[in-house]
Ligand binder design. Structure first.
Ligand SMILES: C[S@@+](CC[C@H](N)C(=O)[O-])C[C@H]1O[C@@H](n2cnc3c(N)ncnc32)[C@H](O)[C@@H]1O
Length: 283
């Protein structure tokens, strides 16, 4: 009997599974719980990026060369960001969340998904301007070692600067935004002046497999859950719940929320995705 080949779509699905299996078994990165449609869209772009005929062609290179694996992980990570992205959110954080944080005996801030660091350094600027720099321990985490290194370096193309300053002003900033940066790379880049800001720890952490590691008062996880399927989102919320002290704040991204009926969270400002941990810990 002649063999019957699967459809092109079914083959692509099989190839995707192979690639995900190689990432999981070869390197411990499990993307199987990510929202499938957008994951497949991003994986498809890898075929052009690596100039291969199919995703399956990438698997041997990925297994043998960790630089290929890291490049794939970076591709899946979508590190799009801005300083003070969604200014009204940061205005609220400045005016309402920071004063509440001040009342805690200690202030641990955990910012998750640092991308190239724009959000990380935005939070550091806010902590500095709200007078909390000397009391805060700030940790930023990401799945990608490359992105953590980039965020720590804190350098970006200078052409982004005007848009980020506009965000800063719209978010209630009143200092000279320029003072937080210096020119770098023959003027083609700007670099953060970290010496003016609270120290930040940059740590590898994967929301898929790792647990909470801090007694936190403020968790910022914006535009990360959007890439997760439902089960993974629920897992991440469990991590935040275990991490946050009672009364601590959780800030999610514009398209992310907590499902109704999750009794341990109060929606403090639901439109801006600001939540507060209310109940005593269950675990
Ligand atoms: C779109 S960026 C968001 C950057 C920033 N939070 C913002 O909103 O501007 C998504 C970030 O989440 C990180 N990420 C993706 N999956 C992750 C995971 N499983 N654990 C931790 N970080 C993850 C990516 O590497 C990337 O830096």
């Amino acid at each position: 009997m002649p063999l019957k080949r699967k459809s092109g779509r079914a083959i692509e699905q099989l190839e995707t599974e192979l690639l995900l299996l190689a990432l999981r078994e070869g390197y411990g990165y499990d993307f199987s719980g990510y929202a499938r449609a957008s994951l497949i869209r991003r994986l498809r772009q890898l075929v052009d990026f690596f100039a291969v005929d199919s995703l399956a062609d990438l698997v041997p290179a990925l297994l043998r060369d960790e630089r290929v694996a890291q490049a794939v992980i970076n591709y899946v990570s979508v590190p799009v960001s801005e300083f003070f992205r969604d200014p009204s959110v940061w205005q609220y954080v400045r005016q309402r969340v920071m004063p509440e944080l001040e009342s805690f005996p200690r202030i641990n801030v955990w910012q998750i998904g640092c991308g190239h660091g724009q959000e990380t350094w935005s939070v550091a600027i806010l902590l500095h301007e709200c007078g909390l720099a000397h009391r805060v321990r700030m940790v930023t985490t990401d799945i990608s070692a490359d992105l953590l290194a980039s965020a720590r370096r804190g350098r970006w193309p200078a052409q982004e600067f005007d848009a980020w300053r506009a965000n800063y002003l719209a978010a209630g900033g009143s200092a000279l935004f320029n003072d937080y940066f210096e020119a770098s790379g023959n003027g083609g880049e700007i670099a953060i002046r970290a010496d003016r800001l609270p120290a930040i720890e940059f740590v590898e952490h994967n929301l898929v497999t790792d647990d909470a590691f801090l007694e936190t008062q403020f968790v910022i996880c914006r535009n990360v859950l959007i890439y997760f399927g439902d089960a993974l989102q629920a897992r991440a919320l469990g991590v935040f719940e275990r991490s946050l002290e009672r009364g601590g704040f959780l800030l999610l991204g514009h398209c992310e929320t907590i499902p109704d009926g999750e009794g341990t969270w109060a929606a403090v400002q639901p439109e801006l995705r600001v939540f507060r941990r209310t109940m005593a810990r269950t675990t």
